[in-house]
Design a protein around this ligand. Structure first.
Ligand code: SAH
Ligand code: SF4
Length: 399
């Protein structure tokens, strides 16, 4: 049963940081603004929120004071609360964020979001759900008890936090460590990957709407080609993603035959490899210039033989594909080990010789815990794990 909304909760300001244009219009309509003025004010608010990164209504100089006061009475521009910020020696950053409660008894869920700087780009890895229902056997996120979809605003909140912290809004101050790309016309957050917690295609509408805000030219203005959505293979939603979002696609393949993939990615029992690859062939917009990334986690003694590397290239023949080999990131209680480095190299060589770029996600940020599949947002566990796995964790660099 959903707990009743308390009177106090009812009075909580409605957050506009992360709102869509339609939500902004609705907020203004509730303040009694007529259609024509509303449209103009939506554009102004949009510019302030997403282009300028305003955190306070009073900064919005081109909007009349009485309207700003009324907005501030009912709304705020807060971001998700930063519970912890960890910064690796190589500039990789991880934020543990607390979301505002959605009902009276909710204490507020926590999610993680990771930033990976490289010389020519900065990639933000965002979560689409708290936890994940899909239980891939090698993934820590799949073991979280609490699972819910994030709202569009909660997805966008991660981008706003990152841009705030990286000085990526006009007038912002970039970190002085020299590791975050910065300078005239350079953006600290230039790429987004939906590779944090959750299965983005199980939260399609919120992800789609967040992508629309991210790519809006008057606001965050990110290129669709620099946004990648990773799926474990939710076949029926893949064509929608291509048609409605036109982003890059990454597919978590991890095995070349159904019995093994059934074990690693249980969703395979519903949508087996043949159906998944057909959906990739049909993916709108895929071409040699816009290749689909196939992710393949390297699990010692499970999927890492030369024969499997050959099977992988056979399987992907004819598809505009890139192959991304991910060293397995262990977590306490996991039943797998990462393949030896020589095994990964041998695998990678076979893939490379078959004509595929086969970057191995480079180990990065060993001093913080921010790797694929390790994300599990319970601060206590996080601290314990950070102590235990200081030397084991791997963070990757993403195309
Ligand atoms: N749910 C989506 C996106 C989030 S997971 C998906 O599965 O694609 C992002 C990537 O991390 C996926 O390729 C996933 O298979 C991989 N991953 C999960 N756990 C991992 C682990 N422990 N080590 C390495 N990669 C992992
Ligand atoms: Fe969910 Fe992706 Fe983890 Fe599988 S790998 S449990 S789909 S987050």
């Amino acid at each position: 049963m959903t707990p009743a909304v308390s009177a106090a909760e009812d009075r909580r300001p409605v957050r506009l940081a992360g709102a869509t244009r339609a939500e902004l219009a609705c907020a203004l309509a509730n303040l009694g603004l007529a259609d024509r003025e509303r449209r103009m004010r939506v554009s102004q608010l949009w510019h302030w929120i997403y282009h300028r990164g305003a955190r306070d209504f009073s900064a919005m100089r081109n909007i009349a004071r009485p309207l700003l006061d009324r907005l501030a009475e009912r709304h705020d521009l807060e971001r998700p609360e930063i519970v912890a910020e960890q910064i690796s020696a190589d500039g990789t950053r991880k934020w543990l964020l607390r979301l505002p409660p959605v009902h009276a008894r909710d204490k507020g869920a926590e999610i993680e979001c990771v930033y990976i700087p490289e010389s020519d780009r900065g990639t933000l890895c965002v979560s689409s759900q708290v936890g994940c229902t899909l239980n891939c056997s090698f993934c820590h996120t799949g073991t979280m008890a609490l699972v819910r979809n994030l709202t569009t605003a909660e997805i966008l909140g991660q981008v706003l936090v990152a841009r705030d912290r990286l000085g990526d809004f006009p007038g912002g101050v970039a970190p002085t460590d020299g590791l975050v790309p910065s300078g005239e016309g350079v953006r600290a957050v230039s790429n987004i990957v939906f590779m944090g917690m959750g299965e983005p295609l199980y939260n399609f509408e919120a992800v789609r709407d967040a992508i629309a805000v991210m790519t809006d030219g008057d606001g965050l203005s990110l290129s669709r080609r620099r946004i990648t959505v990773s799926t474990s293979g939710v076949v029926p939603e893949m064509s929608r993603l291509g048609a409605e979002c036109r982003t890059m696609l990454a597919v978590s393949l991890h095995a070349t035959n159904n019995p093994l993939r059934d074990r690693l990615v249980p969703l395979n029992r519903k949508y087996p490899i043949e159906q998944l690859l057909q959906a990739c062939r049909d993916y709108p917009g895929a071409s040699n210039a816009r290749r689909i990334t196939f992710e393949y986690v390297m699990l010692k003694g499970v999927n890492d033989t030369p024969a499997e590397a050959k099977a992988l290239v056979r399987l992907l023949r004819g598809l505009p594909a890139k192959i991304n080999l991910i060293p397995f990131n262990p977590w306490p209680g996991s039943n797998y080990e990462c393949s030896d480095w020589e095994t990964i190299e041998r695998f990678s060589e076979i893939v490379f010789n078959a004509g595929y770029a086969s970057p191995v996600r480079t180990p990065r940020g060993r001093d913080i815990l921010a790797a694929c599949g390790q994300l599990k947002s319970e601060s206590e566990k996080l601290r314990a794990r950070a102590r235990m796995m200081l030397e084991e964790s791997l963070v990757f660099g993403q195309d």
